[in-house]
Design a binder for this molecule. Structure first.
Ligand code: COA
Length: 258
């Protein structure tokens, strides 16, 4: 039985982690399935954005499944970390835009999954934390790397070293999330945001995302070269010509992703 519910809304898909009784905690099987879904939409050109959320109202995702963890050997945990890094990175590198709709708590690996997404929208009741040091471990799904890149090293150290919960208002103020939705409307509002992005030229959106993701740790010279490299293939696209023509004809462009 699948732990994901996939719902297609035109060029946007909504992926719901469907383990409400376990607060949508991440098992190995669930993360392997996530990888397969990412590979599918990365290869297809008909999905431009994906909204990730969790079943129920309490949790987006309560992190790694700590009950599955109890039965793991040290090597199993090491393999788990490799899987988690690979899956989250594949999502970060995939062409479609990923948006996390934080319908409830996002703890540990749940917040790390949200951090691998391009944008995060929080319900006013959502809470976020990297709780790992309270469990005698450290974040292992990229949290020590993506949180500082998202909110800055000083704030990230505070959150990782205390393990404390951040509520939606603080998350918005620090840039941990992009928006707060109306209560109970986080998925609908995140889908709207996804559709706004999906109206733009898809190849251009994918190249812009890649330039940002890949350029973060480069020197200015290397990053500027990367930006030119990502720009270049767009010069040959029909969508670029359509953008110019639509501007001249004072009408909205119609992009086909070619
Ligand atoms: N792994 C496995 N099971 C989990 C889980 C996790 N990470 N988080 C919650 N669950 C399970 C609980 O054990 C419980 O199952 P049970 O009734 O069989 O014992 C069920 O989900 C509901 O959890 P409960 O705590 O009763 O629900 P809640 O809505 O009051 O609180 C959380 C939800 C997520 C706030 C709370 O469960 C929690 O803090 N979990 C740990 C989160 C964490 O630290 N994750 C980081 C892992 S590195």
């Amino acid at each position: 039985m699948s732990d994901w519910r996939i719902d297609s809304r035109g060029v946007v898909e909504v992926w719901t982690i469907d383990r409400e009784p376990r607060r949508n905690a991440l098992t190995r099987a669930l993360v392997e399935e996530l990888e397969r879904h990412v590979a599918r939409v990365d290869a297809a050109c008909n999905v431009r954005a994906v909204v990730l959320t969790g079943a129920g109202e309490k949790a987006f995702c309560a992190g790694a499944d700590l009950k599955e963890r109890e039965g793991m050997s040290r090597d199993d945990v090491r393999a788990w970390l490799v899987l988690l890094h690979r899956a989250f990175r594949s999502l970060e590198r995939a062409a479609p835009v990923f948006l996390a709709a934080l319908n409830g708590v996002a703890f540990g690996g749940g917040l790390e999954l949200a951090l691998a997404c391009d944008l995060r929208v929080a319900d006013p009741g959502a809470a976020m934390a990297l709780t790992e040091v309270k469990l005698g471990i450290i974040p292992g799904g990229g949290g020590t790397q993506r949180l500082p890149r998202t909110i800055g090293a000083a704030r990230a150290k505070e959150l990782i070293l205390t393990g404390r919960r951040v509520l939606a208002a603080e998350a918005l103020a620090t840039g941990l999330c992009n928006r707060i939705s109306a209560p109970g409307h986080v998925v609908a509002e995140t889908v709207e945001l996804a559709q706004e992005i999906a109206q733009n030229a898809p190849l251009a959106v994918a190249q812009a995302k890649a330039a940002i993701v890949e350029g973060q740790e480069l020197s200015w010279e290397a990053a500027a070269a990367l930006e030119r490299e990502k720009y270049d293939p767009l010069l040959d696209t029909q969508d670029r010509l359509e953008g110019l023509q639509a501007f001249r004809e004072k009408r909205p462009p119609v992009y086909r992703g070619e």
